[in-house]
Design a protein around this ligand. Structure first.
Ligand SMILES: *[C@@H]1O[C@H](CO)[C@@H](O)[C@H](O)[C@H]1NC(C)=O
Ligand SMILES: *[C@@H]1O[C@H](CO)[C@@H](O)[C@H](O)[C@H]1NC(C)=O
Ligand SMILES: *[C@@H]1O[C@H](CO)[C@@H](O)[C@H](O)[C@H]1NC(C)=O
Ligand SMILES: *[C@@H]1O[C@H](CO)[C@@H](O)[C@H](O)[C@H]1NC(C)=O
Ligand SMILES: *[C@@H]1O[C@H](CO)[C@@H](O)[C@H](O)[C@H]1NC(C)=O
Ligand SMILES: *[C@@H]1O[C@H](CO)[C@@H](O)[C@H](O)[C@H]1NC(C)=O
Length: 227
């Protein structure tokens, strides 16, 4: 029963959040849109454009979720523009920011959802494994958790005069690892790998050469027919 009411209250929370998001997408008086701030940066600034005849920038307040933010973070640029300067960005700086009227019951003027995180680290190569020169797998460590959605891409060429660029056929991430899997080892063919990582804050790439032959693991059971 406790579980059911927990489920219901989380459903209510989700629908309230969705309604809020939909509401925000219609009222686009807050800039920038889809904002992202780097954790550790000294500040992040939102603009709120107040374009109502009955209201000036001085009649507005900023909220982070339900918390009304201190006036010392406000910067009134002119009668139609009020800024919010959020100091010292941390993980808890993320979330819904809203610009609301001080006069008519905190009527919503605009809002955005701030994401926070880190630019991607340069992925570092960990190892490869080639089972009986059959399936071939390589692992990279992505470094610090960037928190933000980050896409990884692994491409490689072979050491031939006009190298064709291949894309990893099966790239996945597990915890802090980025893993590429091939069905077959391309033995004796040196792979020149380029691993790239990209998110809203920045991108990074790293390159290296790998000879799959050096990562072979023979299973004697196959050679001798053991179980
Ligand atoms: C916020 O307003 C300032 C002052 O007009 C402007 O320079 C800046 O580009 C604006 N920022 C965004 C994200 O619109
Ligand atoms: C406020 O902005 C909306 C949408 O951009 C526009 O249609 C409306 O005329 C503006 N109102 C004022 C008072 O400037
Ligand atoms: C905003 O209002 C305060 C008092 O509520 C006043 O002291 C201040 O001068 C006003 N600022 C502007 C830019 O109108
Ligand atoms: C932000 O960080 C600086 C330096 O660490 C500190 O001096 C300042 O008081 C902090 N500001 C706020 C609002 O926490
Ligand atoms: C990875 O990079 C290759 C070569 O630049 C490109 O063709 C491919 O679309 C990229 N894949 C992803 C998921 O970005
Ligand atoms: C992105 O990363 C590159 C290389 O590390 C760096 O030179 C550049 O300043 C970064 N850009 C931003 C916006 O952080």
């Amino acid at each position: 029963m406790a579980t059911r009411s927990a489920v219901r209250s989380s459903l209510v929370a989700v629908s309230v959040l969705l309604m809020t998001i939909l509401n925000l997408s219609v009222q686009n008086n807050v800039q920038p849109v889809t904002p992202v701030a780097e954790i550790g940066s000294s500040s992040f600034t939102f603009n709120c454009t107040v374009n109502r005849t009955d209201l000036t920038a001085n009649d507005t307040v900023w909220k982070h979720y339900s918390e009304e933010l201190p006036q010392k973070w406000y910067k009134i640029v002119d009668a139609t523009l009020i800024q919010l300067v959020i100091p010292n960005i941390t993980e808890s700086s993320r979330g819904i920011y809203e610009c609301r009227s001080r006069l008519d019951n905190r009527h919503l003027i605009g809002g955005e959802i701030l994401e926070v995180g880190y630019p991607p680290d340069q992925p570092t190569f960990e190892r490869c494994l080639s089972d009986n020169l059959g399936p071939f797998t390589c692992w990279w460590n992505r470094g610090r958790d960037p928190i933000l959605k980050t896409t990884y891409n692994l491409t490689y060429t072979f050491n031939v005069p006009s190298p064709e660029v291949h894309v990893c056929p099966d790239l996945s991430t597990e915890d802090d690892l980025v893993i590429c899997r091939w069905g077959n080892t391309n033995a004796g063919n040196e792979h020149m790998f380029t691993m790239s990582a990209q998110n809203a804050l920045n991108s990074s790439t790293s390159s290296l050469r790998i000879d799959p032959g050096l990562y072979g693991r023979m299973r004697f059971s196959c050679i001798y027919g053991w179980q």
